[in-house]
Design a protein around this ligand. Sequence first.
Ligand SMILES: Cc1cc2nc3c(=O)[nH]c(=O)nc-3n(C[C@H](O)[C@H](O)[C@H](O)COP(=O)(O)OP(=O)(O)OC[C@H]3O[C@@H](n4cnc5c(N)ncnc54)[C@H](O)[C@@H]3O)c2cc1C
Length: 534
Amino acid sequence: MTAPRYDAVVLGAGHNGLIAACYLARAGLSVLVLERNPYIGGAAVSRQLYQDFTYSNCSYVCSLLRPEIMRTLELPRHGLQIIPYDGGCTMMRNGGHLALYYENHDALRREIARHSVRDAEAYDRFARDMLRQCRFIKPLLMRTPPDPTSFRPRDLMELVYLGQRFHRMGETRMYETLRFWTMSCADLLDEYFESEIVKAHLAGSSIIGTALGPRSPGTAYVLLHHYMGDIDDAVGAWGFARGGMGAVTRALAASLAESGGTIRTDAGAARILTSRGRAAGVALADGTEVRAGIVVSGLDVKRTFQGLVEPGDLPEDFLRAVRNFKIRGASGKLNIALDGLPHFPAIPEGSPSIRGDLHITDTVEMMERAYDDWKAGRWSQVPYVDMLIPSQIDPTMAPDGKHYMSVFVQYCPYEFADGPWDNEKRAAFGENVIEAIAHHSPDFRKLILHAEIRTPWDIENEVGLTEGNIFQGELTMDQLLFNRPVPGYAQYRSPVRGLYMCGSSTHPGGGVMGAPGANAAREILRDLGRGARN
Ligand SMILES: Cc1cc2nc3c(=O)[nH]c(=O)nc-3n(C[C@H](O)[C@H](O)[C@H](O)COP(=O)(O)OP(=O)(O)OC[C@H]3O[C@@H](n4cnc5c(N)ncnc54)[C@H](O)[C@@H]3O)c2cc1C
């Protein structure tokens, strides 16, 4: 039997693979997406694992998804609705709290001033400086990074574009930007604030998903990465995808189907086929072959090049750079079905904070100690916890009167100093997190109906993210822009002609943003002579 043939095969039905597939199909290519799991979505997935509860099993909140992608692929028409939430609360073990609602500026200032009047003044300056950084970086998200070593007109023009934008910031801001991109979040916050809880509240986003502590250089940028999204033009706002994060990939699948693309689930790629140095198709785990002149991988860079491509097809220096790409798992997650809404005495009665991001931590120092545990090869004894209860805003997530709680946990190792995960350790990890939450909510434990406990090892095995690293690779300066994923290959192409990368390992990195998928498709179409601009 002759192998089926497509113009392009995309590996992985994560959101980036689907976005790349959508753009290629809309340009008239015949496209097949191959997904290893029996369901689509990758880390943007909703699953029902317990009765009528829907879990956002991995990613849980939406902000980064580029609005231009939403518009072009008509995702709202295909069912995607993002419901913003406002604010949140950081709870300290001594009962202290900081409850912020960003929409009500006066209330926000009053709440910060409760801890420090000086910090209430500093907050506006901080927010303005973050916004300035966002303005600088946002236009770069949907552009292909230039190769600074190349003299091609396109790269030179792009370098000039970058330089001009940078220069336009003005001398002081230029120096600040360089510091910002490389400094630690703790150092950054110390320059603005004095109150421990204000700093701890803001520092959470600098460690989420990263194998670094708040005192590690580079974490100020990770903080920015979480600020650069928007919902309906509200910069930095976050929301829930109605129906869970799987709604994003469901809408993408519908958009792809409308453009004539096909998805096959339970179809794991085992090998990328090449012929005379060119991509020629994909061999599936069951031995089936699919032929295509273009292969686009949405898998992370290690999975793709260490797992699916013959080493002989790749230059040794490229393989070495892939081996050295930092992609370490440091996060766990619990998805919890609750019999009712838990009570948190620290959160004032009737406060909208309960509907936002609930953080458990006292100080930046406590987060750094939590990181020390990870470095020693164990989960954080006092973890940083980021919880949300989306069913308060999106009733599709849980039956009437019941609630779904998403609990993101930092830090959790991929493996232990003394060996791998087993069921007993997984349960103990989950128990440690539940205990941390129960400390702040006396009725929480008795409301638990079911808990899905996910370690970095589980995330790797279920989603395919190497070591469970949520961003498909650390978001540090040495792995950003023209260095992502490896120097010389930041333009979505690989050493094998016709083999492209479109996952979060590429610029501008992880999160449910979609820019890598859209940028990769643009480069592919350019190579096909259907050239689109940068
Ligand atoms: C626990 C967790 C929480 C997160 N929280 C948030 C959040 O709240 N907000 C946010 O914006 N981001 C969040 N993220 C990050 C974000 O979800 C990811 O960075 C992003 O979804 C990655 O998308 P991707 O398309 O690049 O790759 P993936 O989603 O990893 O897609 C890759 C796909 O390839 C498939 N695959 C793997 N191997 C093969 C193979 N051999 N053949 C075929 N298919 C294969 C996988 O099954 C998967 O579907 C979170 C991630 C995790 C894990």
